[in-house]
Design a protein around this ligand. Sequence first.
Ligand code: RAM
Length: 362
Amino acid sequence: MKKKIISLMMAAALSVTTLAACGGTDQGSAGGAAQQAEDSGSGSESTDDAGKTYALVTKSAGNAFMELLGTGFAQAVESTGGKAIIKDPQAATADAQISEIQSLISQGVDSILVAANDPSALTAVLKEATDAGIKVLTVDSDVDAASRAFFVNQASTELIGQTLLDACYDIAGGSGQYAILSATSQATNQNAWIDAMKAAAEADSKYANMELVEVAYGDDEPQKSTDQTQALLSKYPDLKVICAPTTVGIAAAAKVLQDTGSSVKLTGLGLPSEMVEYIGEDDAHSCPYMFLWNMIDLGNLAGYASVALVNGDTTGAVGEKFTAGNMGEFEVVDVDGASQIILGNPFKFDASNVQEWADKGM
Ligand code: RAM
């Protein structure tokens, strides 16, 4: 498998002025991204791709992770002369995504990229899109492999699971209770990461003294994630660690733990800008460290992948390679029967670097 180092430079070069305008139901095109791309020298104008329309359907509105994904996506698409359309469903449900996808089919877009809220509930509508000649691919959270060309994955699922389990183990001191605060119960990506954590825990007796007491679901809603964190604290007085593999969940849990002065510690997947005040090794901070990847890079890669599919640079078949703008060449690989391209490895954020990344708008 090809490993790509997350590009630190690219994020540093980006302006985040477009982010403030995002978060409605329809971001439209993240205005100015093409200009930013041109200014920073990324991408190139291609008349072949000009005039094409590339859509992204995010998991839900109001999620800063999805907004960064949209910014990177629009930047890549616009750098090729294409038009980006970004749809943010009001809730993180398959039904909300289905109606967005139906309206994109009616508009006759050239491609639909989706961060799926469910592995199988989108099958029929994605078939409708494919039958209409629209290229379909996924990012962040996959659907069943037959429903899309390939999945733009942020990092290996196994590696994310192993990394999160090791963080729980380390922070708990090698033994004790931990709980998971997830997003929705149907989310393909969170469920895959949680399964990978469980498989890693089974695979090595080193984790025998770690006890996973519950997987709770905050549905990527701040209030529900807060309530679920409070419930975990009252149900499990011996709890040592909460792992939240969702940026919405980890930010909500961090606030609860820090505001209440709880001794329970937190790790998971979080955005630096939302977690900067909670990260630190001392008692005053709830989260010693966490992980994520470069969201702008993920959006860029997904944008270039959409363009490559539409212009025929790839069909998405395993073994094919295509050039993702200035990010270089990527190969479609098979992971347990699911074709995907992989951005890189999870990146660790701790007290030494979280502020720097927050300052970059990540
Ligand atoms: C939330 C979403 C997203 C996930 C990140 C880590 O923003 O659930 O799908 O990848 O967390």
